[in-house]
Design a protein around this ligand. Structure first.
Ligand code: ADP
Ligand code: ZN
Length: 218
């Protein structure tokens, strides 16, 4: 039986985090916990959280730390995450979130933080071509010759352009990444819990680097 894992994947928007998290979650048989997917589900369901989050997300802003911490704390208390572990995608995104996550996970420490490194110039093009299944969150890359409506291969849902993948919102999200999230690299580096992975390359090659870093850390 493959041992579980408790992992965080950091990286700029468009670095391929979502796709690599899906692979890692299958490989290590742990739940993929994406705060972006959780928020988009709340938007679809029209909950209070969803209505509030939609405005923030469409502008490319960050949802408040208290709300995000509450969501993740609740999710990590579920049986699957307590047992086998998890891979966190999109959380933590601020130093405060990282500090509280350390408290939440004090008894079962995070094994490794992976930083998927792709330069800002490269992610811009990827983000404008990004499409996402509104039901299961699978990411796709548009080539412009797709038959419409575009149906998800995984679940049959509609594949759409995200409302927050406009040029303005993308710029804003990348700026916030540099200001609020990039400091986490130093935060985890200083605690020797970080592996920086070159995210430029084929998805298969990048995945091999990620999985090898996890194996080496355990
Ligand atoms: P991306 O990495 O492309 O920005 P995500 O799917 O991770 O996309 O997140 C989409 C949006 O959800 C973010 O722009 C932000 O508004 C909100 N969000 C997701 N996770 C967090 C978080 N940990 N803290 C604050 N806001 C978050
Ligand atoms: Zn789907």
């Amino acid at each position: 039986m493959i041992p579980g894992a408790r992992l965080i994947l950091l990286g700029r928007q468009g670095a391929g985090k979502g796709t690599q998290c899906v692979r890692l979650s299958r490989h290590f048989v742990v739940p993929h916990i994406s705060t972006g997917d959780m928020l988009r589900a709340a938007v679809r369901e029209g909950t209070d959280l969803g209505r509030m989050a939609k405005k923030v997300m469409d502008d490319g802003g960050l949802v408040g730390d208290d709300i995000m911490i509450g969501l993740v704390r609740e999710r990590l208390s579920h049986h699957d995450a307590k047992g086998r572990g998890y891979i966190l995608d999109g959380f933590p995104r601020t130093v405060l979130q990282a500090q509280v996550l350390d408290e939440i996970s004090a008894e079962q420490r995070i094994d490794l933080v992976l930083d998927l490194d792709v330069p800002r110039e490269l992610v811009l093009a990827r983000l404008s071509a990004r499409r996402v299944c509104r039901d299961c969150g699978t990411n796709y890359v548009a080539s412009g010759v797709e038959k419409l409506p575009w149906i998800c291969e995984v679940c049959g849902g509609d594949v759409m352009h995200r409302d927050d993948d406009t040029p303005e919102a993308i710029e804003h999200r990348l700026d916030l990444y540099e200001q609020q999230t990039a400091p986490l690299i130093e935060f985890y580096q200083s605690q020797s819990r970080l592996a920086v992975i070159d995210g430029v390359g084929s998805p298969e090659a990048v995945f091999r680097l990620l999985a090898a870093a996890v194996d080496a850390a355990r």
